[in-house]
Write a protein that binds this ligand. Sequence first.
Ligand SMILES: C[S@@+](CC[C@H](N)C(=O)[O-])C[C@H]1O[C@@H](n2cnc3c(N)ncnc32)[C@H](O)[C@@H]1O
Length: 494
Amino acid sequence: MSNQSHTNRLYYGDCLTVMRGMRPGSIDLIYLDPPFNSARSYNAIYKDETGRPLPDQIEAFCDTWQMDEERARAIRGLPVLMRQGGISDEATEFWRLLMNALERTQPTMLAYLSYMAERLLAMKPLLKKTGSVYLHCDPTASHYIKVMMDTIFGHNNYRNEIIWGYRTGGVSKNYWPRKHDVLLVYGATETAKKVTTHNPLQERIYYDVNFMGTCKWDDARKKWYADVYVRDVWDDDTIKAVLNMSSERMGYATQKPVALLERIIGTSSKKGDVVFDPFCGCATTIEAAHKLNRGWIGIDIAIHAVKRVSSVRLKDRLGLVEGKDYFIEGIPLSVEGARDLWERDKYHFQKWAVEQVDGFVTDRRTADGGIDGRLYFTMSGKGGDYLSSMVLEVKGGGVGIGDVRGLRGVLERDDAAMAGLIVMEPLGDRQAANFHREMAQAGDIEVNGVKYARMQMLSVAEILEGRRFDTPSRVAGRGEKQPVLPGSTTTKSS
Ligand SMILES: C[S@@+](CC[C@H](N)C(=O)[O-])C[C@H]1O[C@@H](n2cnc3c(N)ncnc32)[C@H](O)[C@@H]1O
């Protein structure tokens, strides 16, 4: 297959799995901005088309690393993976000892580093011999990540560490305000000496103030500028953090500025090259790569990052049409695809099913009585419109009458007005009749003279055919009247 046929693709899934199916030596530039081990859970806030935030935050991704049985198994397997990846015995032994020490002293860091090691090992063979890689991280783990990059990409291939300094709100008295990220830059091989096509790069850098005293005034941009050699400290105003008022803001926590990616891609690749971002979030890299006429591949494990945020961005900001100008892979389009996702990743199957019916995933880490999601709609009452919801439960495996009764119990305890059950397989006639009888006992609700069954069920096949739960008007629907949202939250900047 030619490179062309691989590119302009967004994959939904764990980059580890996707990368194992990618062609070795097919990528010119990798930029990765993985979770930072910041022990926070980032939430992207969905907005409806009027720009108002919806009341529930969607888990964008969990940046909290836990040492569970699955991770412990992965750690035990890491020395073997390293040897298979061509890492020397000495370096493998060094990591084995370090991991033993971290297991006792910093298990969370170990969980994070081992997760990263597995993915970096899968990433390396994808790079062309002339390629380069930029790993974006912050000081939380950059010291360990640099040693890991030295191990996997080779210390001889280390090119530089770039400091990206930004100005965002929030300072602490306890330490110097933490306002920089770290970009570790490696070439694919020792001979690929030049990671930049311009060396050194002279660029017009913009500043809000003429702090150097030598800047010139650009009347069109109303900013000071200087034509300077770009150093490895990027703290100019050309690359500004994405703040609440930024026009490029997608409402995706951790979104990076396009200008940052434009500088990296513009200097470390050329037209027609393939740029790859295995943790692509809301597609900042993709936007920059496309603008600069590079082919691109992006992966993200969050379905809404791929299906909602990124595809909206590519359409609105670049006029790209899915299925024509680019392709989304890994999102089930058939019942077989859904079963496959269930087998591979149960949580992501549930997430997919909830989002298919316009629902919002509930945080799996909260005690939520087994609810997988919620779907919001407006109800009318004496005091005017108010927000109500349908609790959603997704069953990927077998389902029995006990599940229906359990969901009915949740509905009675919760302040939701309705409950929806999503099942993988269509039920046989007898089972369906039993389920419907049980669900009918929950009764109806009436809104503006229209009755809606309080409990409803859909199969995956029906969802894929376009059927949805029958509810009063949805909050996210186009042109819907918007209710006042209780306890609306605000987003934090990246
Ligand atoms: C720091 S954010 C990237 C933000 C991105 N640079 C942007 O500007 O939008 C990290 C992203 O990695 C994704 N992610 C986490 N683990 C992943 C994995 N194993 N495979 C693919 N994506 C993953 C998260 O869903 C999140 O969107």
